[in-house]
Design a protein around this ligand. Structure first.
Ligand SMILES: [Zn+2]
Length: 113
């Protein structure tokens, strides 16, 4: 049910932007980091349910997945982290990195009909 409340957050954020009247919204475009801990299938499943509940029928959810990029704090290598706690491919240090991207959940834009 975590994704149910995420859907609510996405829709409320979109309505707050007020660029388009709610009845004219065709789609909501979001960016989600691949390691943001979001279950995309579950998000897509719940979205129409939550949208209908909030009086937004027929609104599509478009999702861009953002690759998780990290920088190793031991050797400064930048790499694609596929799973949390994977080691650095250059120096093999475990879990010693800063995220550059891949943990975000952003409402990027709202498209009109
Ligand atoms: Zn390293």
């Amino acid at each position: 049910m975590h994704e149910f409340s995420l859907c609510e957050g996405i829709i409320r954020e979109s309505l707050r932007q007020k660029s388009i009247p709610p009845e004219d919204i065709a789609s909501i475009n979001v960016a989600i980091g691949e390691l943001a801990g979001v279950d995309i299938d579950s998000l897509q499943f719940w979205f129409p349910v939550v949208a209908a509940k909030l009086q937004l029928a027929d609104v599509r959810l478009n999702i861009d997945i953002i690759q998780a990029r990290v920088i190793c704090k031991s050797c400064n290598a930048e790499f694609h982290l596929q799973k949390l706690f994977d080691p650095c491919p250059v120096c093999n240090t475990y879990a010693n990195y800063d995220f550059l991207s891949g943990r975000e959940l952003l409402v990027k834009s709202v498209s009109a009909k």
